[in-house]
Design a protein around this ligand. Structure first.
Ligand SMILES: Cc1cc2nc3c(=O)[nH]c(=O)nc-3n(C[C@H](O)[C@H](O)[C@H](O)COP(=O)(O)O)c2cc1C
Length: 193
């Protein structure tokens, strides 16, 4: 992990990805790194991946103003994006409004075609209304249902939700709905921001 003081001394950062340590965000970072862009990641560190640089809590003291592009992503847990991500956006709204920005949401409702776009995904619509933020680029990605890695309660509740919404219910399996080609396209479009 970098020392936050060292990070604050960096002159220029191509991409800041908030929510980059999770399943979707870390793959997005992989694409950006391959394009030799430098990337800083901020995350709430909840989903055990290797890009863990600054925790969302520590990021309170991070100066966003030097970042050229800012990409923020958040996944859904029981109908909501992480409140800390929303707070981060609201707190930094003036800086975000002065930058090239993108936001992506990850949820499994987006596996349904009719709820898979920023205009039709209910979580994205709710997010835009709550934050009143207008990023230059928006995207919704379908995530995964990962029963084997859920605790007992989550297994039961998510299986029930899947049953009602006609999704997969075998708790011995993991189901990935992500269209990686769309993620690649999104990463490419970030270059053009
Ligand atoms: C506890 C829990 C609750 C979830 N609730 C929802 C939900 O209400 N709606 C939805 O569309 N997806 C829901 N999901 C699915 C996640 O958004 C999806 O698994 C995503 O891929 C998680 O990405 P992450 O590991 O990067 O956070 C839930 C997942 C978990 C583990």
């Amino acid at each position: 992990m970098f020392d936050l003081n060292d990070l604050n001394k960096e002159k220029n950062i191509d991409n800041l990805v908030v929510g980059g340590a999770g399943f979707l965000g870390s793959n997005l970072i992989d694409f950006l790194i391959k394009k030799e862009e430098n990337v800083i990641c901020i995350d709430n560190l909840s989903s055990g991946n290797k890009f863990k640089i600054i925790s969302l809590d520590e990021a309170l003291n991070f100066n966003l103003d030097k970042c050229e592009k800012i990409v923020i992503g958040a996944s859904i847990r029981y109908g909501r994006h992480n409140k800390k991500v929303l707070d981060f956006i609201i707190r930094n709204k003036n800086i975000l409004d002065s930058k090239k920005t993108a936001f992506f949401s990850v949820n499994v409702v987006a596996r349904k075609e009719e709820k898979s776009t920023p205009e039709t995904n209910p979580y994205m619509l709710n997010f835009l209304k709550k934050t009143n933020w207008k990023p230059n680029k928006l995207s919704v990605f379908a995530g995964k249902v990962d029963y084997p890695n859920y605790n007992f309660i989550n297994k039961i509740v998510i299986r029930f939700i899947m049953m009602v919404t006609k999704g997969p219910t075998d708790i011995n399996n993991s189901y990935e709905f992500t269209n990686w080609e769309n993620v690649r396209k999104f990463a490419k479009e970030l270059e053009k921001l």
